[in-house]
Ligand binder design. Structure first.
Ligand code: ADP
Length: 348
């Protein structure tokens, strides 16, 4: 496929600290790639190398099939939207949106109206100044300005993190709709895993200087590369298991393993994979111990009836189906699980 963004073998150290260590990543053309990773893992460093604000120690950046080694930031055809406060305070919304355009296009009033419509802002906003806008509106204008130049690549560096929850949801919707409408190739940096899973076509996980997994949100959530990725993108509950190749036998029933594993060990499952049924049904029986009610759903701490030892695990279930504390229930498992074998080194 042509276009898109591709970095190969990217390396960057600050002093003796190696931040990126031969990183490869492809952002498919016309799609949104979300880059996630712990704080300090190098997300901003990667974005700055792609934008050309810093130079890599090694490796290449290609944008829309053009090598970027000798291209300065302003010639990379990139639209960059930082966390907040990137608008020019002395320019109106119209002035901000058309800032990067040739003089003739700047005078075309349709350009401003079209760009504001794209980000779902009324055309009357054109005459306002940044301080007369909410934080979410400012971010929409910043995106309109980035998209106005028809960039080959849009880089969003935590663009919603400064917004409160309600504004965040609306702004997110407007921004993703505008990106989809223009089929912009986008890399979004976020520390919010739920945001990455919900917005992105591709999620890329940065750890130890490399991308440890890049795939669809479903793949990263359901078939994580390892237990560290698994824990990073959602809650987990651990259940002891006999690993018999493509199946794990657990005290609450069998579950399929996508990567074969053998021996005494455990499986890691999402709480929503632990299905609560009537006590007569289900593979095993348990008692609900505590309930963490969250409105739309809830987490149930369960004590499983076991012949020996104690087994507690966590289930997630829809709010209206939550058992009461002390209630007896049946349990079984669905989906696939990641095997966790003892002695495997854990990387943070
Ligand atoms: P993230 O965006 O994932 O939080 P960063 O890319 O900001 O991570 O930082 C990665 C690491 O590089 C951190 O340990 C940070 O302290 C270090 N770092 C980033 N920029 C510089 C710099 N200009 N000089 C020295 N160290 C830096």
């Amino acid at each position: 496929m042509s276009g898109g963004m591709k970095v190969t073998g990217l390396a960057k150290s600050y002093g003796t600290a190696k931040v990126l260590d031969g990183l490869d990543l492809t952002a498919p053309a016309g799609q949104l790639t979300a880059l996630i990773g712990r704080s300090g893992s190098g997300k901003t460093t990667l974005l700055r190398l792609i934008a050309g604000f810093d130079r890599p120690d090694a490796g290449t950046v290609m944008i829309a099939d053009r090598p970027m080694a000798d291209v300065p930031p302003e010639r990379r055809r990139i639209g960059y939207v930082p966390q907040e406060g990137s608008l020019f305070p002395h320019l109106t919304v119209a002035g901000n949106v058309t800032f990067g355009l040739p003089r003739r296009a700047r005078r075309d009033r349709h350009v401003v109206a079209d760009m504001l419509e794209l980000v779902a802002l009324d055309h009357r906003y054109a005459r306002r100044y940044p301080h007369q806008l909410s934080g979410g509106e400012q971010q929409r204008v910043a995106l309109a300005r980035a998209l106005a130049t028809r960039p080959d690549l849009v880089l969003l560096d935590e663009p919603f993190s400064a917004l409160d929850a309600e504004l965040r949801a609306d702004t997110r919707r407007a921004v993703t709709a505008a990106l989809a409408a223009t089929a912009a190739t986008t890399v979004l940096v976020t520390h919010d895993q739920a945001e990455a899973l919900s917005l992105a076509a591709q999620v890329a996980v940065l750890r130890d200087g490399v991308i440890v997994q890049a795939g669809s949100p479903e793949a990263v959530y359901r078939r994580p590369a390892d237990d560290v990725v698994a824990a990073f993108v959602g809650e987990l509950t651990m259940i002891p298991a006999q690993l018999t190749g493509d199946t794990a036998e657990t005290p609450i029933g069998p579950i399929a393993l996508p990567h074969p594993a053998y021996g005494d060990g455990a499986v890691l499952v999402r709480p929503e994979q632990v299905m609560i049924t009537d006590p007569e049904n289900g593979f095993a029986r348990a008692k609900a111990v505590t309930i963490d009610f969250r409105g739309h759903d809830g987490l149930v701490e369960l004590l499983v009836d076991a012949e020996r030892g104690h087994l507690t695990l966590t289930a997630r279930t829809a709010g209206q189906l939550l058992p009461a504390p002390g209630q007896r229930v049946g349990l079984h498992l669905t989906g696939t699980a990641l095997a966790s074998t003892p002695g495997k080194p854990r990387r943070k």
